[in-house]
Design a protein around this ligand. Structure first.
Ligand SMILES: Cc1cc2nc3c(=O)[nH]c(=O)nc-3n(C[C@H](O)[C@H](O)[C@H](O)COP(=O)(O)OP(=O)(O)OC[C@H]3O[C@@H](n4cnc5c(N)ncnc54)[C@H](O)[C@@H]3O)c2cc1C
Ligand code: SF4
Length: 474
């Protein structure tokens, strides 16, 4: 299916060779490049772009992979407006280099040819268990494998990739792109065992006995309960997105869809509903546009999709006839004083309940904290796994990274007015602290470096680190 026949096809088509060459040649190859500083994994952006400009695509992909093994996913899903492209010096003229699309161009080149331009060190004789095949787990596993360690990833789902596979809307990342990256990590020698869940079929103490270290990349949990009558008739936003990725053709979308929430997940659900045929999509949020956690560019996007907003509105009951949803009964809210993040808290305003008609209701109100953490006996901070500066948990030899350790800051300053023609400025804490794919990748990478230092090498005659034992391509 192409873009015209598949309403959820990737928003940006791949760059053609000529387009990529022209774009790469616009780069000023800045010294001490601000784009590289703005990338949480510190990809040497001018270096990989220069290699594209000289036609060395494998060298370009290698430069990306040196800093970020999940370069193809990050090229697609990173909020580049807030990161590398937001920092590009050409942004002052409103025309930053399309860094994300160039990165995707180089990465797609190697994946379409089955090339793995990664150096792997000699076997160390040490082994590490990684729990969770999301961006944090895959990054950690791949980085350890290239240092010569034997790595096994245990993943409870059928497919690897975590939210890149199941949770990120196909408009940004089709499932094939995520699975290609999982395969690449396996080509580095990582063993993938899917359908295995730590805490049920697998115990932490078994892993501690069998492996020299353990890394937990568990992500977060399910969508929390709203505790309102009739909630069992509400669809789960994460499951909604998952179905659109795995089974879009058979997916049942209502004619009039209400989406509860106003974060990026809610926007993705509203987009899916609209693109798959809903005539009316309404997003319901108990605060105002000023407090939304979605990126400003996503808010602008969804308005153009024809989605309506009902702000200062709180659903209190699902209305139904038998098992058929007919709408939501809601109350009006008003904003109280600001909380610790500076975000004003909502409270019920005086006034009667009113109805929003809908034949399908989806909730996208965030994810629960990783509940397994406490069951494993790990110390937690506000429900997130507590780690020290070296990503070690309260249990020695057990490390963690990604969403399960990172509280997503809900708020910093309000969305800001945007001058015409300028990229929307973002008032959210997006760059260094927000839970995102690239932050999970960086956590996995940094944790792998610490684990490598810690477990060392049991091979009596190891080859020097960095020896090229596997490298395909130029
Ligand atoms: C709807 C949605 C859209 C998003 N869009 C973007 C975006 O466009 N850009 C962006 O940068 N970020 C986005 N994010 C955030 C991003 O997806 C996450 O920050 C990132 O996936 C975190 O990676 P992770 O590896 O920590 O967790 P996850 O991706 O959640 O992976 C965790 C993995 O661990 C597995 N697991 C959990 N418990 C166990 C267990 N007990 N045993 C075995 N396996 C287990 C899970 O099945 C999963 O595969 C989005 C998030 C959501 C929910
Ligand atoms: S800041 Fe822009 S112009 Fe400078 S190196 Fe980075 S991408 Fe190229």
């Amino acid at each position: 299916m192409n873009q015209h026949t598949n309403p959820l096809a990737e928003t940006f088509p791949p760059l053609g060779n000529h387009q990529a060459a022209v774009e790469a040649n616009r780069c000023l190859f800045c010294y001490d490049a601000p784009c590289t500083h703005a990338c949480p994994t510190h990809i040497d952006i001018p270096r990989f772009i220069r290699k594209i400009s000289t036609g060395n695509l494998i060298g370009s992909a290698r430069a990306i992979l040196e800093a970020n093994l999940l370069g193809a996913t990050c090229a697609r899903v990173c909020p580049v407006q807030e990161l590398c492209e937001g920092a590009c010096v050409l942004g002052a003229d409103h025309n930053p280099i399309a860094i994300g699309r160039l990165q995707r161009y180089a990465m797609d080149h190697i994946y379409s040819r089955g090339i793995t331009p990664v150096r792997i060190a000699a076997t160390t004789g040490k082994s590490v268990a990684v729990i969770g095949a999301g961006p944090a787990g895959l990054s950690c596993a791949g980085e350890l494998a290239r240092r010569g360690h034997s790595v096994t990833v245990f993943e409870k789902r059928e497919l690897g990739g975590g939210l890149s596979t199941y949770g990120i809307i196909s408009l940004r990342e089709p499932i094939e792109a995520s699975l290609a990256e999982v395969k690449m990590i396996e080509r580095l020698g990582v063993k993938m065992e899917t359908g295995i869940e730590l805490g049920s079929s697998l115990k932490l103490d078994e892993l501690q006995d069998r492996f020299d270290a353990v890394f937990l990349g568990l992500g977060l949990g399910a969508t929390p309960s709203m505790r309102i009558p009739g909630e069992e008739l509400i669809l789960d936003g994460l499951a909604y997105i998952e179905e659109s990725k795995l089974n879009a053709g058979a997916m049942k979308v209502g004619r009039s869809v209400a989406v509860i929430g106003a974060g990026n997940t809610a926007i993705d659900c509203a987009t899916i509903a609209r693109r798959l045929g809903a005539e009316q999509v309404t997003m319901i949020y108990r605060r105002t546009a000023q407090e939304m956690t979605a990126y400003p560019h996503e808010y602008e996007f969804i308005k153009k999709e024809g989605v309506e907003f009902r702000f200062l509105t709180q659903p209190v009951r699902v209305l139904s006839q038998g098992a058929r949803v007919t709408g939501l009964s809601c109350i009006r809210m008003e904003l109280d004083s600001a909380d610790a993040f500076g975000r004003r808290t909502p409270r019920p305003a005086n006034g009667p309940e009113f109805t929003i008609a809908a034949d399908q209701v989806v909730k996208a109100i965030g994810q629960e904290k990783p509940s397994l953490a406490q069951r494993l006996g790990l110390a937690v901070d506000k429900g997130f796994i507590r780690v020290d500066a070296s990503f070690e948990t309260s249990i020695p030899g057990v490390f963690a990274g990604g969403d399960c350790v990172r509280a997503s800051p809900q708020w910093a300053v309000p969305h800001q007015a945007t001058a015409p023609g300028r990229a929307p400025s973002c008032g959210l804490l997006t760059k260094k602290d927000t839970a995102s794919t690239v932050m999970a990748v960086q956590d996995g990478k940094l944790a792998a470096a610490v684990i490598d230092e810690r477990i060392g090498n049991s091979d009596p005659e190891p080859q020097p680190r960095g020896a090229v034992v596997k490298e395909e391509g130029q």
